[in-house]
Design a protein around this ligand. Structure first.
Ligand code: 13P
Ligand code: 13P
Ligand code: MG
Ligand code: MG
Length: 369
């Protein structure tokens, strides 16, 4: 049987400010998805949240880009937006850019990461959910999982993985994509994905000689850029990803290991600052300090004929305490820069803020030097 796992997410209102999804919204989402499951649209679901983002983890047999599945998620977001409006939550309906559903949530505001595959004898998957950051925040950890032998021992040890992986990279400004193979094209890959605000890893596929079929994605990342869709800043593109593990793919421990290093990502405060990505439990996924620091939650599941067995809230583990302490030290250090780069983003990433207006106001006062 082929199973599809879809994460469809949106920020449709939060309290206080951009901190947290209200329990009423999660409750409503659960009720609506329960109905969809009893109707047979879904095999299973889990309602999660990170900060102000509502994340619907859905399993079904309808393949990716299914109108039924996207429609069900869209309906959840619309109904929850009404509740958010009723509670006067902050940014009610923030990520909903259109009021007419056209068959797919792509380009309408919500973010989406989906993959379809033949369930293996045992199928561990990890759902990563982020807030206060951008899709490129996944470049470094996904690269380390599938491309870096200092992270993933399996690249050396497991004959399935020894021939590497293939990375599908999107140029999100030019709407183009390229497939790069590691280890052969490792440096080309890094040349692109190090520029994470422009080149983002969309999917990773097994390389040759892997027992996992070459055409089945091992990882998929949401790459929706809200301001690219809306043409102006309307909120951020807090991303999600799905990664399959074990038996020819990185072990679950190798999948979560990169997050022990709280790397710098953009998207903190007003979507305009760099800060450390702090791994945390669902319970602690409430970004309060300067609306941050940016968070990542990892939920592990075993798939059982489409049923989600779990979740395992991976970063609740004390083994991530040091990463959190480091993230807080880095947060202190970055905050001391106030409005200066590299805490504040560079001009190319500030184009949807007031910077163009400041430039417009001052344009006649600039003199040649
Ligand atoms: P797999 O054979 O499932 O990849 O297991 C290896 C493992 O679990 C090492 O930690
Ligand atoms: P969200 O994109 O999570 O709504 O955050 C907006 C923001 O930048 C808060 O400072
Ligand atoms: Mg918000
Ligand atoms: Mg958010």
């Amino acid at each position: 049987m082929k199973t599809t796992v879809s994460i469809i997410k949106a920020d449709i209102g939060s309290y206080t400010g951009h901190q947290k999804v209200h329990e009423e919204l999660k409750k409503k989402a659960g009720e609506l998805l329960k109905d969809e499951k009893s109707k047979g649209t879904l095999l299973d679901y889990y309602v999660a949240s990170v900060g102000d983002d509502l994340d619907l983890i859905l399993t079904h047999d309808k393949g990716i880009d299914s109108k039924d599945i996207h429609g069900a998620a869209w309906n959840v977001f619309m109904e929850c937006t009404e509740i958010a409006k009723g509670l006067k939550l902050y940014g009610a309906g923030q990520d909903i850019l259109s009021d007419a559903f056209s068959g797919n949530v792509k380009g309408m505001g919500p973010g989406c990461a989906e993959m379809e595959f033949e369930e293996r004898r045992s199928e561990p998957i990890v759902a990563f959910l982020m807030d206060k950051t951008e899709p490129g925040a996944f470049n470094l950890p996904i690269f380390r999982m599938f491309g870096d032998p200092f992270n993933t021992a399996g690249l050396i040890i497991d004959p399935n993985m020894h021939k590497g992986f293939r990375f599908e990279v999107y140029d999100i400004k030019n709407h183009k994509k390229v497939m790069l193979k590691t280890p052969e094209e490792l440096y080309d890959l890094l040349a692109l994905i190090g520029a994470k605000s422009r080149y983002v890893i969309k999917r990773v596929y097994p390389g040759p000689e892997n027992k996992v079929p070459e055409n089945e994605a091992a990882a998929v990342i949401s790459t929706d850029k809200l301001h690219e869709i809306a043409g102006e800043y309307v909120g951020k593109d807090d991303p999600v990803a799905l990664v399959r593990g074990q038996s020819g793919l990185p072990a679950v421990g190798e999948i979560v290991e990169p997050f022990a290093f709280p790397h710098l990502v953009s998207g903190w405060m007003r979507g305009s600052h760099n800060g450390p990505l702090m791994p945390c439990s669902q319970k602690n996924a409430i970004p309060t300090r300067f609306d941050g620091p940016p968070r990542v939650v990892a939920l592990g599941f075993q798939l059982n004929e489409g049923t989600l067995v779990g979740p395992m809230d991976v970063f609740a583990d004390v083994a991530y305490d040091r990463a959190r302490t480091k993230a807080l030290e880095v947060a202190d250090y970055m905050r001391r820069h106030g409005p200066f780069e590299p805490h504040r983003l560079g001009p190319e990433d500030m184009e949807y803020t007031t910077l163009p207006k400041v430039m417009e106001k001052l344009k006649d006062r600039f003199e040649s030097i």
